[in-house]
Design a protein. Sequence first.
Length: 233
Amino acid sequence: MFNFRNMSCKELMKVLGLGAVAFVLGVEWLNWLKRRLRDSRGPLKEVLFFPSPQVCVEHLFIRHKHFPCACPLPHGVETSFSRLLVHLLSARVSLDLCVFSFSHMELSRAILLLHKQGVVVRVVTDRDYMTITGSQIGALRKAGICVRHEMSSAVHMHHKFALVDSRKLITGSLNWTLTAVQSNKENVMVTEEPELVGPYQQEFQKLWEANDPANHKPQYTNGQLNIKTCKDK
Ligand SMILES: [Zn+2]
Ligand SMILES: [Zn+2]
């Protein structure tokens, strides 16, 4: 075919140039193919079922290459609970959380960590369940996280959903309690489908505004104001 020795310098440059163009086009085509394959799967969809076996999740909180953990729990095992934590801890800008009952220590730790990292956390919870033994709501408020609760005493704020960076929806039957995570049959769906994320974000905003303490008359229990006002960030 080509006899390089008989080629002029000009011809050789032409062949090399064509080769370079072919190489670049090949790389471009591979990238295009990769994008097509990824797009055909659509936005993130994941389903998690509980109960979740107890495993070590320490590495999700402390990101270190060779983290030595001496705890007796199994290590390097992915579970529904560890996936839930991964999704929550992926928040970089905001976390909007609607949860009926919140007493799970590790989930509380995750929310406090996000708050510390500068993620804007907003929580809407139930009026009756926020004061039960073990509730983490007090700890969140103490840390400066904005928590609002259902103002009406006639209805429960029974939702269990979270919005990560207004882009990822985590929703299902799971209350944020140890019993729900470790014992109950529960389901959680994680999705970045905009047509699902959008209405949940609107619903959160609606609940957030409807339960703004500023719009309600102060209520007193045993002479103490029981509504904590919280400045919006
Ligand atoms: Zn461990
Ligand atoms: Zn209150």
